[in-house]
Design a protein around this ligand. Structure first.
Ligand SMILES: C[S@@+](CC[C@H](N)C(=O)[O-])C[C@H]1O[C@@H](n2cnc3c(N)ncnc32)[C@H](O)[C@@H]1O
Length: 230
C-alpha cells in the first residue's frame, strides 16, 4: 500500500472481518439484489474488478452466475484472505481505493458496493477507476446516501458540507462503523461528469435489520448508479 490515509478503516475491518463475513450474507440481501440488477448487459468472459470487495461473496457470484473473470482489491488483509479462500484463487489483492494495484485499462467493469462512503477521497478513487477501466467500460457503485451521513453527524448545528467521520450503527445495532462523510458534489464532480455518462440511478432506504434507522425516520440510506466511461 502506498498511502496510509485509510489505515484506521483497515484496523476497523480487520477487527471484525469474520463477524462481517456472515453478517453481510444475513442482512444485505436486498441491496445486493438491487446492485446485481444493474449488471443487465453482456457479462460472460468480461473482466470485472470489485474495489473494497470485502470477503468475496459478491465476487463468487459475479464469477459463477454472471461468468465474469474476476479480480478484487480490499484494504483489509483479513477480508482479502477470506475472499481468496472463497474464490479458490489469488484473484484479490490488498490495496487501497486511491492506489489500485492493477494495470491501466485492464477492466471492462469496475464495481464498488457499500464501500465508497468509507473512502477518504472520492476524487482519488475516481482517478484510479478512470485509469484501470477500458474506454466504454461500466462503473457501478452503491454507497451510503449523503442524507444519511448528514443525519449521523453528531456536532450540532450540523454542516452538510464539512467532511467529518460519522458513525453508522449497522446489523441490528451490533456494529458501529466509522466512515467519512461525503456530499453529492463529490460523487457527481466535474471529474466524474467529464469521464462518465450515467445510465441508471436509484436511491433507497436501508432495511431496518441492516442499518439502525435514525429517530425512526424514513430517508434514503444508500444510492447506486451505473455509468459508462466515455
Ligand atoms: C461495508 S464493507 C463492504 C464489502 C463488500 N463490498 C460488500 O458489499 O459486502 C467495506 C469494505 O471496504 C474496505 N475498505 C474501506 N476503505 C477502503 C479503501 N480506502 N480502499 C480499499 N478498501 C477499503 C473494508 O476493508 C471493507 O472490506
Amino acid at each position: 500500500m502506498t498511502k496510509d490515509t485509510n489505515v484506521y478503516t483497515v484496523d476497523q475491518y480487520n477487527g471484525w472481518a469474520d463477524e462481517h463475513d456472515w453478517k453481510t450474507v444475513k442482512y444485505d440481501s436486498e441491496s445486493r439484489a438491487l446492485f446485481y440488477s444493474f449488471l443487465n448487459f453482456e457479462t460472460k468472459g468480461k473482466k470485472l474488478l470489485d474495489v473494497a470487495c470485502g470477503s468475496g461473496h459478491d465476487l463468487l457470484h459475479y464469477k459463477d452466475s454472471f461468468g465474469f473473470d474476476v479480480n478484487g482489491v480490499d484494504a483489509s488483509d483479513k477480508e482479502v484472505a477470506f475472499a481468496n479462500k472463497r474464490l479458490g484463487e489469488d484473484a484479490v489483492k490488498v490495496g487501497l481505493s486511491d492506489a489500485i494495484p492493477f494495470e491501466d485499462k485492464t477492466f471492462d467493469v469496475v464495481v464498488s458496493k457499500y464501500a465508497p462512503q468509507a473512502f477518504n477521497s472520492i476524487e482519488d478513487f475516481y482517478n484510479e477507476v478512470i485509469r484501470v477501466l477500458k474506454p466504454g467500460g461500466y462503473f457501478i457503485i452503491l454507497t451510503t446516501h449523503p442524507m444519511r451521513q448528514f443525519l449521523e453527524k453528531s456536532v450540532k448545528p450540523r454542516d452538510y458540507f464539512k467532511k467529518e467521520v460519522v458513525v453508522s450503527w449497522i446489523y441490528e445495532h451490533t456494529i458501529p462503523l466509522k466512515e467519512w462523510s461525503h456530499t453529492f458534489n463529490e460523487y457527481f464532480s466535474p471529474l466524474f461528469l467529464d469521464n462518465f455518462i450515467i445510465e441508471q440511478f436509484y436511491e433507497k432506504a436501508d432495511t431496518k435489520e441492516c442499518i439502525e434507522h435514525i429517530d425512526g425516520e424514513s430517508y434514503p440510506g444508500y444510492f447506486l448508479f451505473r455509468a459508462k466511461k466515455k
